[in-house]
Design a protein around this ligand. Sequence first.
Ligand SMILES: *Cc1c(COP(=O)(O)O)cnc(C)c1O
Ligand code: SF4
Length: 387
Amino acid sequence: MADESIASPVHAAILERFQPASRGPWVDIPDTEWNDWRWHMRNSLTTLEDLARVIEISEDESAGAEGGRDAFKIGITPYYAALMDRMDPGCPVRLQATPRTAELHADSCDVEDPLAEERDMPVRGITHRYPDRVLFYVTHDCAMFCRHCTRKRKVANPATAANEAQIQEGIEYIRRTPAVRDVIVSGGDPLTWGDDRLAALLAQLRDIPHVEIIRIGTRTPVTLPQRITPDLVSIIRRFQPVFVNTHFNHPKETTREAFEACGRLADAGVPVGNQMVLLRGINDDAQTVMELNHRLLMMRVKPYYIFQCDPTRGNSHLRTTVARGLEVMEGLRGWTSGMAVPYYVIDAPGGGGKVPLLPSYVKYRDSSKIVVRNYRGTEHTYWEPET
Ligand SMILES: *Cc1c(COP(=O)(O)O)cnc(C)c1O
Ligand code: SF4
């Protein structure tokens, strides 16, 4: 077996751009605990009293937590909590993690299941919407409960979690459906599972001949990078090709710990992609997104998607306009590496699936020619072949 302990060397000039995260009030915790993902899960912040150790809680946060007590749980790893600004409630990390009163408000279009994920379910826990791939929800637990989560209706609610029988039904569905060549293991966050359970699931999926690729959707590289242990990575690589898609939303999240977690995956031959959600006041400007994407590329993470925020009930304060999203895209293409330019998509409400949005670069088109404008605004004509 190849030596899994050898990590690629990283040039000092790159590494020094990724500073170790602060430990906040946990400075005195021994490294063995701080580096143990289960310690973070056990010590997850779930109440206002917990939060008060890390931040000066604003009135809005406190009222949001009280009013939303039964709606969507608080859950923040100490690692992620220590990234929050103590004083500023508008901190981009804090906005993703702490409840606000605006969560109690619903826009008239807001719904619980905007993507109609429940409709396209041939069996519980599987959404089969596109011809050749399925979403497979294996848990409703996460290391951190993101305030903008699309699946609030289920996530963080243990009563709705998949049991082993349901997971087996999902695997059976994939086994008897040869069209499925791509399985996206999602949730919740599948990496809240222990290694053995995850290994067993991956082995069962890999055992299905028509399954070509497996994707794991996880936010742990962002909210709990300690989860990406050498043991986990050696499990994942046994079942390659496996892709990991994660969810960085802001440059503040790209710490040394996150850098190293993504590096371990990349070293093991696991391509890592990023699915950012466009969020008001967090990352809805081109400069922030460009900086994030540049940092992700240094981490060997490919920006894959920018999602327009879904109209899930309680998300309206974090949604921004499509115009802002198009401005972000306009500010990327041409101005920076194409590698740093993801697809901007709207997940069409009602189960329409992902639809790409692009600023309009076509000025005119007929059967003989197309007139395009580039990122600087100059116009150019391309003549179609004559026959
Ligand atoms: C997002 C999604 C997928 C995967 O889409 P890709 O564009 O292939 O990344 C598959 N199924 C469902 C239901 C989805 O929402
Ligand atoms: S990690 Fe994903 S599933 Fe979990 S709360 Fe965040 S957005 Fe929702």
